[in-house]
Design a protein around this ligand. Structure first.
Ligand SMILES: Nc1ncnc2c1ncn2[C@@H]1O[C@H](COP(=O)(O)OP(=O)(O)OP(=O)(O)O)[C@@H](O)[C@H]1O
Ligand SMILES: [Mg+2]
Length: 380
């Protein structure tokens, strides 16, 4: 299979700048959030270990001192925030408060400790980036179908609630040891109006998961931008590495075109009107290689759903509900099966541990090479 070569790499970071650039000056966004950080009575949580390094804070695994189990504490970085509480954190909290679904992370409460503000979440042992980087996790087609279905169910719930996630990627999709998947990281999420044209920033979604219309400058969009990312992730679940690994916006489009085929106005009527179309329009005629490349790894019905999620024209791209009602999930065998067997896998794997593990292996390889070179010099 001649897929992307850079297995194990992390997508280029969106970076903190992008998060601040996308904050529109809307009146509703400066309203105080109706969240009262819980006043501390003693210290309810004991930090166990750091599990994540986010754009605006660290994430810790922590234990409830009253024996009420594990939580994740996401610390909100306040340094350098001249204007008080960061607006992105405010938005994340505000959105999360109204959400309750098995496949969406639950915000338990807010907490203040030593001048830091923390969001308290369900603790999840893994994220998809961590899991897919570890060969010890084995998934059958039924398991992968379940993971895809759980991701789509979470998305269907968000879109029903008029929320765009806008940053779907492996490290923002969490998995617990019972095999339950939850969408997390609502730092870029926002409400959208289904009936009105919504003019938003196009500088959202980590490059590898960003849809072609966003890459071509579209600012009027809805749930379909999340569905493109969902297509990328569903494919990634099967081949265990990100599929479209571009190094910048133009290259990202080239990588997509070379795998999905060159888009044409006849299939995507809005293509020619996209703001940056003239600048970035395809120069080479490619045919789709999706089936050639993945037909031996993914079943026909599975590829049909992926193809529907990666449809160029956002208007024709599958919605989460359409994908969920596809025969692939509803009637085709194998039936989806929750990957509860991962409870037996040793360790907890998030993007951070996966990165540390890669660095450790690189270091060991380097040491082995140095030792070999030293022994050859000695012999000579
Ligand atoms: N509830 C949780 N349980 C376990 N680990 C978690 C939890 N929430 C987040 N993490 C880990 O911490 C990492 C960073 O968290 P999150 O994505 O919410 O932060 P962020 O600041 O928005 O990050 P970024 O902007 O880099 O995506 C996640 O990728 C995940 O590995
Ligand atoms: Mg994140």
């Amino acid at each position: 299979m001649d897929g992307p070569q850079r297995n194990g790499r992390s997508p280029p970071s969106r970076g903190k700048r992008d998060r601040t650039e996308m904050i529109p000056a809307q009146a509703s966004e400066s309203q105080p959030i109706p969240v009262e950080p819980k006043p501390l009575r003693g210290k309810p949580y004991e930090k166990v270990v750091q599990v994540g390094e986010g754009t605006y804070g660290k994430v810790y695994k922590a234990r409830n001192r009253e024996g009420l189990g594990l939580v994740a504490l996401k610390r909100i970085r306040m340094e350098g925030e001249k204007d008080g509480f960061p607006v992105t954190a405010m938005r994340e909290i505000k959105l999360l408060q109204g959400l309750e679904h098995e496949n969406v992370i639950r915000l338990h409460e807010m907490m203040v400790s030593h001048g830091s503000v923390y969001m308290v979440f369900d603790y999840m042992e893994h994220d998809l980036t961590g899991v897919l980087n570890q060969a010890q996790f084995h998934f059958s087609e039924a398991h992968l179908k379940s993971l895809s279905q759980q991701m789509l169910s979470g998305l269907s719930y968000l879109h029903r609630k008029s929320i765009l996630h806008r940053d779907l990627k492996g490290s923002n999709i969490l998995l617990n040891s019972q095999g339950i998947l939850k969408l997390a990281d609502f730092g870029l999420a926002r409400f959208y109006n289904k009936k009105k044209r919504n003019d938003h920033t196009n500088r959202v979604i980590t490059l590898w998961y960003r849809s072609p219309e966003l890459l071509m400058g579209e600012t009027v969009y809805g749930a379909s931008v999340d569905m493109w990312s969902a297509g990328c992730i569903m494919l990634e679940l099967f081949i265990r590495k990100p599929v479209f690994q571009g190094s910048d916006e133009i290259h990202q489009l080239e990588v997509i075109f070379s795998m999905m085929g060159t888009p044409h106005v006849r299939d995507w009527p809005g293509l020619g009107g996209l703001p940056w179309y003239e600048l970035v329009k395809p120069k080479v005629e490619y045919a789709s290689r999706l089936v050639d490349m993945f037909g031996s790894t993914i079943s026909g019905p599975g590829l049909t759903v992926i193809q529907g999620l990666l449809e160029y024209d956002p208007a024709r791209r599958l919605t989460a509900d359409e994908a969920l009602s596809d025969p692939y999930f509803v009637s085709e065998l194998p039936r989806p099966e929750t990957p509860s067997h991962i409870a037996e896998v040793k360790g907890e794997w998030h993007e951070m541990e996966a990165k540390q593990d890669r660095a450790r292996k690189r270091h060991q390889e380097g040491q082995a090479l140095a030792a070999e070179a030293a022994s050859q010099t000695k012999q000579a």
